[in-house]
Design a protein around this ligand. Structure first.
Ligand SMILES: NC(=O)c1ccc[n+]([C@@H]2O[C@H](COP(=O)([O-])OP(=O)(O)OC[C@H]3O[C@@H](n4cnc5c(N)ncnc54)[C@H](OP(=O)(O)O)[C@@H]3O)[C@@H](O)[C@H]2O)c1
Length: 225
């Protein structure tokens, strides 16, 4: 496959779940080719057909294994529970060299998901960087976007903080944020991912406290040029 086609393909590992399916739907709707990755290719094929049905026949969503999806794309998104984060990364690590990796993982520690409990590396995204090594651009994004916003036509009343290992990688991901119909901000280096990851527990707490399901945040008083 040529480089341009690879760049237009997005692999969503764990794309069979709530958040991954929502992001896959949004990117497929924007014209990207999306590979849904799973531990089970059968499960991924089923979810891919559900997205195609939602999009009324768009042919650009394919279900496969996590490894196949990672191999066939230069942009790899991870949407699995934190408990499966390291294991999933280790299982595809050799296929990610020289590529762009986007971590959506929030390091929740059930049952206390309303309490911030970040890992020793600082954040899940920094842990991913340690696991994947210097050859992979690691960007953290979408941790504050509830899946409930993603499948559907409506606007999303929540911004996306994009942090990552280089300005170029963050700029690439900001394009994907926009393609998904969301408003993103370059929020700085990968170390800043602790904020978005920690904020997720705060938003879950607020949801519980006030009877909502998808609290969000917005950056104010900035004029985007
Ligand atoms: N849900 C949200 O609204 C939301 C919002 C922002 C961020 N996030 C973050 O995004 C990530 C995914 O959330 P989600 O709600 O989509 O999760 P989910 O639906 O519970 O799981 C996503 C996928 O992860 C895989 N998975 C589950 N358990 C696994 C295990 N033990 N080992 C390996 N793979 C496993 C499964 O894929 P297969 O069985 O197909 O392999 C599953 O479909 C989490 O880190 C979450 O904190 C979620």
């Amino acid at each position: 496959m040529d480089k341009e086609s690879l760049m237009l393909t997005i692999a969503v590992l764990g794309g069979t779940g709530k958040e991954g399916k929502g992001l896959a739907y949004r990117w497929a709707r924007a014209g990207y080719r999306v590979l849904i990755g799973s531990r089970s290719s059968e499960k991924a094929v089923t979810v891919a057909s559900e997205i195609i049905e939602l999009l009324e026949g768009a042919p650009s969503v394919v279900g496969t294994t996590n490894r196949d999806a990672a191999e066939q794309s230069n942009i790899i998104v991870l949407t699995v529970p934190y408990a499966a984060h390291r294991e999933t990364l280790e299982s595809v690590k050799d296929l990610l060299k020289g590529k762009l990796f986007i971590d959506v993982t929030v390091p929740l520690v059930p049952p206390k998901v309303t309490k911030v409990q970040l890992p020793p590396a600082g954040s899940a995204a920094q842990e991913a960087k340690e696991i994947l090594g210097e050859d992979v651009q690691v960007v953290a994004a979408f941790q504050n976007i509830s899946h409930k916003h993603l499948v559907g036509e409506g606007g999303v009343d929540c911004d996306v903080l994009v942090t990552g290992t280089s300005k170029e990688a963050r700029a690439e991901v900001l394009k994907l944020v926009e393609a998904a119909g969301l408003n993103g901000w370059d929020a700085g280096p990968i170390e800043n991912s602790v904020v978005a990851e920690a904020l997720a527990s705060v938003l879950i707490y607020i949801n519980k406290q006030y009877g909502s399901t998808h609290a969000g945040i917005k950056i104010t008083s900035v004029d985007k040029k």
